[in-house]
Design a protein around this ligand. Structure first.
Ligand SMILES: *Cc1c(COP(=O)(O)O)cnc(C)c1O
Length: 461
């Protein structure tokens, strides 16, 4: 396989991709695969001699697509979307052709500078105040880990990096119980300990109670703990909870705590002005993460973190051994100093392509449609006698359950997913097993969303 062969085969791959997407709607969203069957279809050891691309491609077609869950299926309503627009796919193809490792400005000048510009474009597109810089991570989990590490080191006056945590006061960070498990993971990995992530009670609307936050911080100080930061939830994964950041921020500020907003899913919606009240106050926080790879058509992986003062995170994450020094350059950014890994992919290219190919208006239209269609579906689901909507739509997410209890709801989701026309997943809310409905696929239509009602009615008989 050489570069001339690549020309031929990438044309073939492009044909394949067009057919794949053209027929996705006719396929079940999730494959019917017996665990272990794909592994068993592959030889035990790698081949000693080269094999033909004809054979490799044929095996790909025979084994892979039929055994994948189709995330780009227009009726993928599980988890959150990981949507990928054609413009994003094209940009990834070009980034792959260059194959750069974008750790330093000098290893990738265009990648670094396009990344700086894209962060700036997005901050403005989301209505954030001026003054945010930022970077692109692989995932929100990594960005949140960086924010939690920065909270830790800021509270320890950057003594933990070299001296470790033993002998330091016990750190505490705060979040509501609606926050994503990536915050728990960050507390674990940062050496703070999951037990020191204090889950603040929520009010009826599932938002963090500011008085409870204040009380928890004061109690911790009295007990000799060292409060370090607060993670706000803007669009929780379970049922889409939003903290009232504007109400909680004065508490965090008064206590001198670092603040990070997890808007991994809902951040994309903030390109629409009418949704911004949901995260009012986010623009005054120190750090914000959102995943264009969820709902903005920029495929996985692409998690953007905005930082009010990147210096604090760079001081926490940055390390500059001699072999990474850039000689004879000033005024440059080396993004490896902002993030966990040294190596970085050229992720900014797909943002650049997507934002230009669809324009903010084109992206807003899609998001607004998803939200409106989901609201319509929620009303239709509420009208099915056996079912009840448990949490009302927040953006393009709501949850529902069978009135006869958890076991019946669980049987229902199994039947719905076995049907194959739509794919939904579950969560637990207020002690109940509920089914989540979350729309956001780039190619989904109103009919696709309303198909959920059709399938539910058929399955319920
Ligand atoms: C999806 C999600 C995450 C994790 O995102 P990754 O990019 O997969 O790490 C974190 N928080 C929220 C609210 C999410 O929806």
């Amino acid at each position: 396989m050489n570069h001339d062969d690549l020309l031929k085969w990438s044309a073939r791959a492009a044909d394949w991709a067009r057919d794949y997407h053209a027929h996705l709607r006719e396929q079940p969203v999730r494959p019917d695969v017996t665990p272990g069957s794909i592994r068993a279809a592959l030889p035990d050891i790698a081949p000693e001699s080269p094999e033909s691309m004809e054979q490799i491609f044929a095996d790909f077609e025979a084994l892979v697509p039929g055994a994948m869950t189709h995330w780009q299926h227009p009726r993928f309503f599980a988890y959150f979307p990981a949507n990928a627009s054609p413009a994003s796919m094209l940009a990834e193809q070009l980034a792959n052709a260059i194959g750069a490792q974008c750790m330093l400005w000098q290893t990738s000048p265009a990648a670094t500078e396009i990344e700086e510009r894209m962060v700036q474009w997005l901050a403005a597109a989301l209505g954030l105040p001026e003054g945010f810089a930022g970077t692109i991570h692989d995932s929100a989990t990594t960005a949140t880990l960086c924010a939690v590490l920065t909270m830790r080191e800021r509270a320890l006056d950057w003594q933990g990096l070299t001296g470790g945590l033993s002998g330091q006061p016990g750190l505490r960070i705060y979040a509501s119980a609606q926050t994503h498990s990536s915050v728990d993971k960050a507390a674990r990995l940062a050496g703070i300990g999951q037990d020191n992530l204090v889950k603040i009670p929520t009010r009826d609307d599932l938002s963090m109670d500011p008085e409870a936050l204040s009380a928890a911080i004061r109690a911790d100080r009295a007990a000799g703990h060292l409060p370090a930061g607060v993670v706000f939830c803007s669009g929780g994964t379970s049922v889409g909870a939003f903290d009232d950041i504007a109400a909680c921020l004065p508490v965090a500020r008064a206590e001198g705590l670092y603040t990070h907003v997890d808007a991994a899913w809902a951040g994309s919606a903030m390109i629409c002005e009418e949704f911004r009240p949901l995260w009012a106050g986010a623009g005054d926080c120190d750090s914000i993460v959102f995943n264009p790879h969820k709902w903005l058509g920029v495929q996985f992986d692409c998690a953007v973190q905005f930082l009010r003062d990147p210096g604090q995170q760079i001081r926490t994450m940055g390390l500059r051994p001699e072999y990474l020094e850039t000689l004879e350059s000033t005024g440059i950014t080396d993004f490896n100093e902002w993030t966990v890994p040294l190596g970085r992919r050229f992720r900014a290219l797909k943002l650049w392509f997507v934002l230009r190919a669809y324009g903010l208006e084109g992206l807003r239209d899609r998001l607004r449609n998803h939200v409106a269609w989901v609201a319509e579906l929620a009303e239709r689901v509420a009208a099915i006698p056996d079912l009840e909507v448990v949490t009302e739509p927040r953006l393009a997410l709501f949850s529902f359950a069978h009135r006869d209890g958890d076991a019946v709801t669980e049987a229902l989701i199994r039947k719905v997913n076995a049907d194959g026309r739509v794919y939904l997943t579950q969560t637990r809310h207020a002690g109940r097993f509920v089914i989540r409905m979350s729309a956001g696929s780039f190619d989904c239509t109103r009919d696709d969303v309303l198909m959920v009602e059709t399938v539910l009615r058929e399955v319920l008989g």
